[in-house]
Design a protein around this ligand. Structure first.
Ligand code: HEC
Length: 149
């Protein structure tokens, strides 16, 4: 159920989830946020693959959206200790090496902010900017996520 809630709708449900255990909120919130990022990346994948012509507006919107989501990652609030139970793909490493995870989030925020400010004007410059952000998705998932599917 939580997995179906879109990120945009989440604030409307804030009151409803107040009574739920903190870790359940954190889990739903972070997964909604991650899903939104996945959606944003999906929206520009056809451009990266050359299946759609370069669209500066779509690219700028996507980079800004990614940055907005990135800046919302609050490790203490979204990844509290004990929130590794239930339908989640978090790795225990998030808590075993919390400083490393915090550093990975900080790097991601920095790269996402730089990308949002870059305003690439063509596919080649966009690819460079995008890869700097996307590299964070891959490296953090590799280090701090366990694939269950
Ligand atoms: C600093 C670490 C980190 C970065 C950077 C990061 N992620 Fe994640 N991501 C995670 C973790 C941890 C989970 C597992 C969350 C869970 O299952 O509770 C996750 C889960 C996901 C999921 C699955 C959500 C679900 O519903 O289970 C998607 C999709 C996703 N990330 C996309 C992205 C994309 C796209 C980017 C980059 C634009 C990104 N992530 C960047 C740590 C990160």
């Amino acid at each position: 159920m939580h997995r179906l809630i879109s990120f945009a709708a989440a604030p409307l449900l804030a009151i409803a989830v107040l009574s739920a255990p903190a870790s359940a909120d954190a889990l739903a919130d972070r997964q909604a946020l991650m899903k939104d990022q996945g959606k944003t990346v999906g929206s520009i994948t056809p451009i990266i693959k050359g299946e759609k012509p370069y669209d500066a507006d779509a690219v700028t919107t996507a980079l800004k959206q990614l940055n907005e989501d990135a800046q919302k990652i609050d490790v203490a609030a979204l990844f509290p200790a004990g929130s590794d139970q239930g339908k989640t793909t978090v790795s225990p490493k998030i808590w075993e090496d919390n400083a490393g995870f915090v550093a990975a989030v900080a790097k991601y925020k920095k790269d996402a902010a730089a990308a949002a400010a870059a305003n690439p004007t063509d596919l080649d410059s966009f690819k460079v900017v995008f890869n700097q952000v996307a590299e964070n998705c891959a490296s953090c998932h590799k280090a701090f996520r366990i694939k269950k599917d």
